[in-house]
Design a protein around this ligand. Structure first.
Ligand SMILES: Cc1ncc(COP(=O)(O)O)c(C=O)c1O
Length: 338
């Protein structure tokens, strides 16, 4: 398709591009990627770091608009000799690789017991390829797609309508579309749920804090969608069910966004802390000047208990005449004990 030294061209939210850039280094190809201005700077930096050229196109234009990242990629492939536009949206190799790898991996790792598969969809390659393999093994496996509010998949799945009015800007990266890619096979998907940006972002942070999994935005969206679906279908579930939710990328790509409190607050994704009045600050200061102290007659055990209780590591000892006569410190106590 292309000769050595040729150029790979792709429209990518960043992750497919990173994989392609690495493969291109190994094979000696050049990469040009088009992406949209809503993608995190970290992803663009990774692509450039891997030697790719990146053209950032506007997000809020129609797919047919000559400025869209689809149109720019297509045009470049027509203009640059010895180049190929891989087109992950319509290229069947995308879903096929999930049929050959992701599906078997989940089937084997769950010891053939998987009952539900939940994933976000962008090109549809992950969910369609994985679902095709899983359903060939056990047609009763439920496959649930998760769509960000602002994308067309949810309504298309439920009502069979491509509704342009559904399309509006959203922040969750890598998932949802304003087109129906050929890799999106709705016939093998059992249900679709829709998730708001705010729930996706908050769930992303919650998984990091509660599970220690430092994941990306679309993972939080997938889990928020899974939780919603499971809640709605509680009565049909059994304790033996094994639900797999796919987490496609890492949190490091969203350090300046989802994992940044200021960005979260500016976009209304974090509850705003109530404003503190000057009066409250003064009162707080006053309270802080009340010194926690011990008296010379206190038992050491009681003092240690008080220090533990208040979360402090030292305490002055003040006598009845309000004179400081010494101090108790954690290190002092330890030195005595050892
Ligand atoms: C972060 C992220 N999540 C989810 C997806 C969706 O996967 P697919 O395109 O296979 O539907 C992508 C696709 O690039 C992605 O980058």
């Amino acid at each position: 398709l292309i000769e050595p030294g040729g150029t790979i061209i792709e429209g990518t939210s960043g992750n497919t591009g990173a994989g392609l850039a690495i493969a291109a280094i190994a094979k000696g190809y050049r990469c040009i990627f088009t992406t949209t201005d809503k993608q995190s700077q970290e992803k663009i930096d990774v692509l450039r770091g891997l030697g790719a050229e990146v053209l950032v196109c506007p997000t809020n234009v129609e797919p047919e608009d000559p400025r869209s990242y689809y149109s720019v990629a297509r045009r470049l492939s027509e203009e640059i000799p010895n180049s190929i536009y891989l087109n992950q949206y319509d290229n069947p190799s995308n879903a096929q690789v999930h049929y050959e790898t992701t599906g078997p991996e989940l089937w084997e790792q769950t010891e053939e017991q998987i009952t539900h598969f939940v994933a976000g969809a962008g090109t549809g390659g992950t969910i369609s390829g994985t679902a095709r393999y899983l359903k060939e093994q056990n047609e009763d496996i439920d496959v649930i797609g998760v769509d960000p509010n602002g994308s067309v998949f949810y309504k298309y799945f439920h009502e069979g309508v491509f509704d342009e009015d559904e399309i509006h800007p959203y922040f969750t990266e890598g998932v949802g579309e304003d087109i129906i890619p050929e890799n999106m096979d709705f016939d093998i998907i059992d249900d679709f749920v829709q998730v708001e940006d705010k729930s996706a972002m908050q769930m992303t942070r919650r998984i990091a804090r509660e599970e220690g999994l430092f994941i990306g935005q679309s993972c939080g969206m997938a889990l928020a969608g899974a939780a919603q679906w499971l809640d709605d279908h509680r009565s049909e579930l059994s304790p033996e069910d094994i639900v797999v939710v796919l987490f496609p990328d890492s949190g490091f790509r969203y350090l300046s966004k989802t994992y940044n409190d200021e960005w979260m607050r500016n976009h209304g994704f974090l509850e705003k802390k109530p404003d503190v009045t000057a009066d409250e600050v003064v009162n707080l200061r006053r309270k802080q000047t009340d010194v926690i102290s011990a008296s010379p007659d206190d038992e050491l055990g009681d003092v240690i208990e008080e220090m533990t209780d208040k979360g402090i590591s030292q305490m002055p000892v003040i006598d009845d005449d309000h004179e400081v006569v010494g101090s108790v410190t954690e290190t002092g106590i330890l030195n005595h004990l050892i």
